[in-house]
Design a protein around this ligand. Structure first.
Ligand code: GLN
Length: 533
């Protein structure tokens, strides 16, 4: 029977609830349990796919093609399990499915209400995650902060689940803030007391507190919290500001929260096998070299917009005991007459990641051109691949007026164009080419040497494709099409063998990189950058 851990947040947002949930999951997995993770987001978008990355950060894509919150990326990186459509539920999804059922006549006779119809729908999503994953323990994070109007239906559902299943099958972990007041030089518990009271007013008694704090809390603070919040002292743990998010599971493990959760569930407390994770932390703490890689994009003011790409670069660096320093370059700035030599003077590799819309693409094309002409290792991802093709066609093949129809629908040579089945699409949400597709690799290419196999599957999120009409022209001039989706005859990877290291892919390899298992395309790109003396 699946057990459920719910992670809520109080006082302020941005406390690292997602990292707390991921850390708990990692620890329970390390103790031999099958875990699965889920996030509830209270907003009314069906998914974050249509949101601006500057507001919401990157959209993480699951293998089954769901566009999800970036916290799912943390989950996958921490627990190294693939998540799916049951893993990210929004109010938009819940309400639209209830309204659809109402129109279908499923509730005939009933007045459709928040309780029980909306709450039942949410409850079903919790249990569906347990049933389909067959996990021993499902960890569900509730987005937002307790007390938000928008998250009330979710909190009410959790109250019902706590009542239905009891404390041996559910555990409630509340993450809060213990601020330090300069002047009186004290850690303060009042905001936490109030936030636990808010939760109790809604009928939920949390079992654990994870307190974000700049310093460890004293025994007397824990006693006070225990008294005011009705939570045993040992169930209150500190989450001290960490310099590295990957340290957090170990910090929590040292305070025994994983053991206490298992005891609450009456499950055997197996010894935790954290060897791989500890080795990883050792490597991270003992990096010997540094390398600068420039990431050229238009959303660089919010680094979270490229979270998985930045993580994947770091993971690949660990393999070579090297710290990857990302130089964030705003592609729009490159459109002015900047001195590229100055901008990239310490840069050993250039990456152009995904993106949508015309803004900033000219700057990205200039950066690609700079990498190609100056033999600087280059990795292009999705939009980065499409622009690499445009750059090559314009500057090497001298193909006039060539572009992507995303940016210029009437250009003479649409070298990047919509697939025929995309031409009739009207809705923007959920209609991209999403999730896993096959890619067949050609022996002897860079891609084949990286993956060391001829058939791979990678996650996609795009609408436009390379137009095969131009393939021969580009081949003649030295571009190699090393990865193809044979089912639809679509280009997946291009490379330029004459160059030191120039490769670009239509899919998003960053979503499959793990700290302990870096992605082969990132590994070879970072290696080439390190070797680029
Ligand atoms: N805008 C491009 C497309 O839709 C690339 C998308 C991306 O980089 N994720 O095809």
């Amino acid at each position: 029977m699946t057990k459920y851990v719910f992670v809520t947040g109080g006082v302020v947002s941005g406390l690292g609830k997602g990292i707390t949930a991921s850390s708990l999951a990692l620890l329970l997995k390390a103790r031999g349990y099958k875990v699965f993770m889920q996030k509830f987001d209270p907003y009314f978008n069906i998914d974050p796919g249509t949101m601006n990355p500057i507001q919401h950060g990157e959209v993480f894509v699951t293998y089954d093609g769901c566009e999800t919150d970036l916290d799912l990326g943390h989950y996958e990186r921490f627990i190294d399990e693939e998540l799916n459509y049951t893993s990210n539920i929004t109010s938009g999804k819940i309400y639209s499915s209830v309204i659809e059922k109402e129109r279908h006549g499923d509730y005939l006779g009933a007045t459709v209400q928040l309780v029980p119809h909306i709450t039942n729908e949410i409850k079903n999503k919790v249990y569906e995650a347990g049933l389909t994953s067959k996990a021993d323990i499902v960890i569900t994070e509730i987005g937002g902060t307790v007390g938000d109007i928008e998250s009330q239906a979710f909190i009410e559902t959790l109250r019902q689940i706590q009542y239905e299943k009891g404390s041996t099958e559910t555990a409630f972990v509340h993450t809060t803030l213990i601020p330090y007041i300069i002047g009186s030089n004290e850690l303060k518990t009042k905001p936490t007391q109030n936030s636990v009271k808010d939760l109790q007013n809604m009928g939920i008694r949390p079992n654990f507190l994870v307190c974000r704090t700049p310093f460890s809390t004293s025994d007397s603070i824990k006693e006070k919290l225990s008294l005011f919040c009705s939570i045993p002292k040992e169930n209150i743990v500190d989450a001290i500001d960490a310099k590295n998010i990957y340290d957090i599971p170990i910090n929590m493990h040292k305070q025994g929260i994983d053991e206490l959760i298992l005891k609450q569930f009456n499950l055997p407390v197996n010894k935790a096998n954290l060897k791989d994770w500890e080795n990883l932390l050792y490597v991270m703490d003992n990096l010997k070299e540094e390398v600068e890689i420039a990431l050229v994009g238009k959303y660089v003011e919010l680094h979270d917009a490229y979270l998985s790409v930045a993580e994947a670069l770091k993971h690949a660096g660990y393999k070579y005991q090297t710290k990857v320093n990302i130089k964030w370059v705003n592609s729009e700035d490159l459109e002015n007459n900047l001195d590229f030599k100055e901008v990239f003077k310490n840069t050993k590799g250039i990456i152009v990641p995904g993106g949508f819309g015309n803004r900033g693409t000219l700057g990205m094309i200039k950066a690609i051109n700079y990498a190609r002409v100056n033999n600087i290792p280059f990795l292009g991802i999705c939009l980065g691949m499409q622009l690499s093709v445009i750059e090559f066609a314009r500057n090497v093949c001298k193909l006039e007026d060539c572009n992507s129809t995303e940016f210029d629908p009437l250009c003479k040579n649409p070298i990047i164009d919509l697939m025929s089945d995309q031409k009739t699409v009207i809705n923007m949400g959920g209609t991209l080419r999403l999730g896993n597709y096959n890619c067949k690799l050609t022996k002897g290419t860079l891609a084949y040497n990286d993956y060391k196999t001829d058939l791979i599957q990678e996650r996609h999120r795009h609408r436009y494709e390379f137009n095969n009409k131009y393939m021969d022209l580009l081949k003649e001039k030295g571009m190699v099409f090393s990865g193809i989706n044979e089912e639809s005859n679509l280009v997946e990877i291009i490379e330029i063998p004459k160059h030191k290291h120039f490769i670009a892919c239509q899919f998003h390899p960053e979503f499959k990189s793990r700290p302990t298992r870096p992605h082969p395309l990132f590994v070879s790109f970072v290696k080439a950058s390190i070797d680029n003396k």
